[in-house]
Ligand binder design. Structure first.
Ligand code: SF4
Length: 288
């Protein structure tokens, strides 16, 4: 079991009877309430305790807690894989996978847009320029026109083909600096969930080489995509991360459509994660 840092306001997670502790790097709104729950995952059971806001919140505001929860599950699975002789080969300074198309949920897009607006104007301008150049390179590679087609990615074949085309364009994520993620603590869930155990050099072209990825028994990113699908009626429920800044200019707040107390919002999220029908009386709330 990984030895996790414990500071501040700890959240607790147990998986198959083993306990892990996760910390929240982001200050929790006060007051908080502890929510305990169990999830059946594959052959095992995950028992978790999370501290969530006692008062009104939204799915987007809850994301720091979900990010920590996701990372805690991943740390545990990685530890098990290492113990079984399959250590993760991903390292800081290897950004090979950061040239892939990143499916970003609209709630994470809202979260990152808000974060972006808090940056100094010089940093905003720097990132805007990187996004602009990346879009130009994708356009020149013929990928941008394909992404603008609303029908791609609605079936596995077209998704895989787009992923290959995008990767072959060789355009790094605008958040990649010195081959490391410059937004590591707040990176999207799908970026956290992609870890490989095969030699790092094979990641130079995953369309040619056989990559062995860590199998996660549960992926929190998928629940966010599902909630995005439900809200937008878009069969994908996510956008390529490269559209983040353009999307953010619209000023929409999809997280507000999943709002309530911390406990209520967490329950909505868990229902989408586990595919269980909403409990009696549960409603999709309107924006605040
Ligand atoms: S957000 Fe970070 S981890 Fe994700 S693709 Fe971009 S640089 Fe890589």
């Amino acid at each position: 079991m990984p030895k996790l840092r414990l500071q501040g306001n700890p959240n607790q997670v147990r998986y198959n009877g083993q306990r892990a502790l996760i910390m929240s790097d982001t200050p929790q709104p006060s007051p908080a309430v502890e929510v305990a729950f169990s999830l059946r995952i594959g052959e095992g059971t995950l028992n978790a305790k999370l501290d969530v806001p006692a008062g009104k919140t939204t799915l987007t505001e809850l994301l720091p807690i979900l990010q920590n929860f996701d990372s805690s599950i991943i740390d545990h699975v990685v530890s098990e894989a290492t113990g079984a002789g399959h250590p993760v080969s991903c390292r800081a300074g290897c950004g090979a996978c950061c040239r892939q198309m990143v499916p970003l949920s609209i709630f994470e897009a809202e979260f990152l847009s808000k974060w972006f607006s808090t940056l100094p104007v010089e940093r905003q301008a720097e990132l805007e320029e990187r996004f602009r150049r990346a879009l130009i390179r994708l356009k020149e590679a013929g990928v941008l026109d394909k992404i603008m087609d609303p029908n791609w990615g609605t079936d596995e074949k077209s998704f895989v083909q787009m992923a290959v085309d995008y990767f072959h364009a060789g355009v790094p994520c605008p958040f990649l600096e010195d081959e490391s993620c410059s937004i590591h603590p707040i990176r999207p869930l799908i970026c956290r969930e992609y870890l490989v155990t095969s030699p790092a050099e094979l990641c130079q072209d995953p369309s040619v080489h056989q990559i062995s990825a860590i199998h996660l028994p549960i992926m929190l990113s998928q629940a966010l995509y599902k909630m995005g699908q439900e809200l937008t009626r878009d069969p994908r429920g996510w956008m390529p991360l490269i559209f983040l800044l353009a999307w953010g200019k619209r000023g929409v707040k999809p997280g507000d459509y999943f709002s309530g107390t911390g406990q209520e919002v967490l329950r909505m999220f868990m229902e989408h994660l586990t595919n269980e029908p909403p409990a009696a009386g549960a409603t999709l709330m309107q924006p605040r």
